[in-house]
Design a protein around this ligand. Structure first.
Ligand code: BTN
Length: 240
């Protein structure tokens, strides 16, 4: 075990999934603020039952943090905003966007994904983050294009990336605790892809269409339907 920016770091060579490791008892016995990383992830999981491909050299990490269940939407927004700020800090000229609920895109291509899961301990969550540092999966059956920092001409070590990310993450958590909720939402929304545009949200078999007008005070997605009424969306995949 090591420390990185005040967080306990458990770094592995090979794991099935950092999120699964984060659910183990030895982690449950530690107070909050733990990070698990692995160089190789053999059974990485993505949102909505998808898998997350192990591309050599990429970052796979899980953060364990105490947070109130009722604020879960903010954990998602804070995590993705912190990733956006990290990437922008590394390379200010890149076009980086947030995509609801918690993807990060560069030049409209996915560079990072987040899978938040509950730990067995009350009010503890696992934020699983994959960042394409070295390469991106070239899976043509996927419904989005992907990119990586390296493909964008940026060389950064995983350790440097984690350090920077934690600076932004800790700052945003502090802002949250100080009640700066609107500020957090605005920063996320100012960088959101497709704001003001027509989108479709697929949730299982249900497809909802409308204009993406923002996120509400619980970080749910708000769309404006053809008849002008507003509808809140709590889960799903967004398409344009
Ligand atoms: C998504 O976009 O579908 C979310 C992908 C989350 C992948 C990360 S990699 C580290 C952590 N461990 C996992 O098994 N998944 C997350």
């Amino acid at each position: 075990m090591d420390y990185i920016s005040g967080w306990r770091l458990y770094a592995f060579e090979e794991l099935l999934s950092t999120n699964d490791e984060a659910k183990k008892e030895y982690i449950n016995n530690i107070a909050s603020n733990v990070i698990i990383t692995t160089n190789k992830q053999n059974k990485g999981r993505g949102r909505r039952g998808r898998s997350w491909i192990d591309v050599s050299g990429n970052l796979f990490m899980s953060l364990v943090i105490s947070f109130e269940m009722k604020n879960l939407g903010y954990l998602s927004i804070i995590s993705s905003l912190s990733l956006l700020e990290t990437i922008k800090n590394i390379s200010p000229d890149l076009i980086v966007n947030t995509k609801w609920p918690n993807d990060i895109l560069v030049d409209m291509k996915k560079i990072s994904g987040i899978l938040i899961e509950k730990s067995e301990i009350d009010n503890r969550f696992i934020i699983g983050i994959g960042v394409n540092i070295a390469n991106s999966p070239k899976d043509l059956s996927s419904n989005y294009y992907a990119t990586s920092l390296f493909e964008l001409g940026i060389v950064i070590s995983k350790e440097q990336f984690i350090k920077k990310f934690l600076e932004f993450f800790d700052k945003n958590i502090k802002n949250f605790k100080e009640g700066k909720l609107q500020d957090i939402r605005e920063k996320w929304q100012d960088n959101a892809i497709n704001l003001g545009k027509d989108i479709a949200i697929a949730n299982d078999d249900v497809l909802t269409k409308g204009k993406f007008v923002g996120i509400d005070e619980n970080c749910a997605l708000i769309i404006e339907e053809k008849n002008g009424s507003h509808k809140k969306i709590y889960a799903g995949d967004v398409y344009n």
